[in-house]
Design a protein around this ligand. Structure first.
Ligand code: GLU
Length: 431
């Protein structure tokens, strides 16, 4: 079977399942990078095919006593540079194709950042909004039990992603530890501080997004003060990024979530908005701004647009509407290859996901290192190390892009894919 056959055929790109689109995008980026690197077809196939893909069924006893069964996944795309690393998401659109694409992006992201990891990702196809806390805990523990033989601090280390958080990671770590018979702090990252979490992990992805954006502004000779920002997604990544942008003196004029969004030309009060949402209100009903739709937000005339929600939001259908000078991808895979081409020809600078949102996995790495050493660093120490990792990766992406006239995405993929291919060459093929 060829790799193209492994990927689902997509005849009408923007109408196919989101997972199929993400997988197709990941394969096309890989094809492009291997072409630039001059790698042969065998290496392309090795890198295009996940090392291990696990599908499990996750039965859940609801509070009313009924049993429902959900599909869960864990894909270890590549383990050549170290243990698998990547989040676990709970989302109704999660499927094996999406998880495979996300695992592939984790491989390139870890390699680009110089982290000693391969790439992995997990998911359960469920809408967690209707679940009680104890249902979520039972779901998480059963999923962990099903994937248990494949995970662990030396094998594959899960972390939070869409709709999962530090409690999810504490339950996963506890389930792993109960099976082991002792506490294994390094089994997951993104944990609460009391069970081996790291200072600075909660805001790390958002902090990384802002660092990547500031670096891009510097390269484009833009002073951050007063720059206008629009953020799609007001969850862990988006809300934190909005707050950090405001702290840097930027003007965050629009934010949105699945309920819709709000816009204020003079700049939004982000802490007030966070308190509004924490009180159970929707962004669209926030009284001190104008309501806008997600589509309107993507087309705003701003300096920086940050898609920080789901994959596949910028497509051939709406990429031409983007008026932002710069896109900084907080989400994984928000831009389809067709949208990428349109943005490039319209002169929009795109700071790609595998660089822009890498702050989360960098601090996950720092958390794991602290766990393995039974030691902990202060917030200031973690932040300093995060800045160094982000600056080094950003510098090498901008340098390669300049040197070879590549987009930042192509440069980032060439570096990430190149590192993994080099590791394969060095280790050789077994047997
Ligand atoms: N889910 C995050 C990502 O997509 C973090 C992964 C991790 O910390 O392992 O990068």
């Amino acid at each position: 079977m060829t790799v193209e056959e492994l990927a689902p055929p997509v005849s009408a790109p923007d109408r196919a399942a989101p997972g199929a689109l993400a997988h197709r995008a990941a394969l096309s980026q890989l094809r492009d990078a291997t072409g630039i690197l001059g790698l042969d077809e065998g290496m392309y196939r090795l890198l295009a095919t996940p090392r291990r893909s696990l599908t499990v069924s996750v039965p859940l006893r609801r509070e009313n006593g009924r049993v429902e069964v959900y599909s869960g996944y864990r894909v270890q795309h590549n383990l050549t540079r170290g243990p698998g690393k990547g989040g676990v998401r709970f989302h109704p659109d999660s499927d094996i194709d999406e998880v495979t694409a996300l695992a592939m992006w984790m491989t390139w992201k870890c390699a680009l950042l110089g982290l000693p990891y391969g790439g992995a990702k997990g998911g359960i196809a469920i809408d967690p909004r209707g679940l009680t806390l104890s249902e979520k805990e039972r779901l998480t523990r059963r999923y962990t039990q099903e994937i248990l033989p494949f995970i662990g601090p030396d094998k594959d280390i899960p972390a939070p992603d869409v709709n999962t958080d530090e409690s999810t990671m504490a339950w996963m770590m506890d389930t792993y530890s109960v099976n082991a018979g002792y506490s294994v702090h390094g089994a997951t990252t993104g944990k609460p501080l009391t069970v081996g979490g790291s200072n600075g992990r909660a805001g790390a992805t958002s902090r990384g997004v802002v660092l990547a954006a500031l670096d891009a502004m510097r390269h484009s000779h833009l002073d951050p003060t007063g720059r206008t920002i629009a953020v799609q997604g007001f969850g862990k990544v988006g809300a934190g990024a909005a707050r950090f942008f405001a702290d840097e003196g930027c003007r965050v004029v629009a934010v949105s979530d699945i309920s819709g969004g709000c816009y204020r030309a003079a700049g939004l009060d982000i802490p007030e908005l966070e308190a509004w949402v924490a009180g159970g209100e929707s962004l669209a009903s926030y009284p001190n701004a104008d309501a806008i739709t997600n589509r309107e937000l993507l087309g705003l005339d701003v300096d920086v647009l940050v898609p920080a929600a789901m994959d596949g939001v910028l497509t051939a259908d709406n990429a031409g509407d983007v008026r932002a000078r710069m896109i900084v991808e907080g989400a994984n895979g928000p831009t389809s290859p067709e949208a990428d081409a349109i943005l490039q020809s319209n002169g929009v600078t795109v700071v790609p996901d595998i660089l822009a949102n890498a702050g989360g996995v960098v601090v996950s790495y720092l958390e794991w290192v602290q766990n393995l050493q039974a030691f902990s660093w202060t917030s200031a120490e973690v932040d300093r190390k995060l800045c160094v990792f982000m600056q080094n990766a950003s510098r090498s992406v901008w340098a390669l892009a300049g040197e070879k006239s590549l987009t930042l995405r192509r440069a980032a993929h060439v570096i990430g894919v190149g590192q993994v291919a080099e590791a394969h060459e060095a280790r050789g093929l077994f047997p």
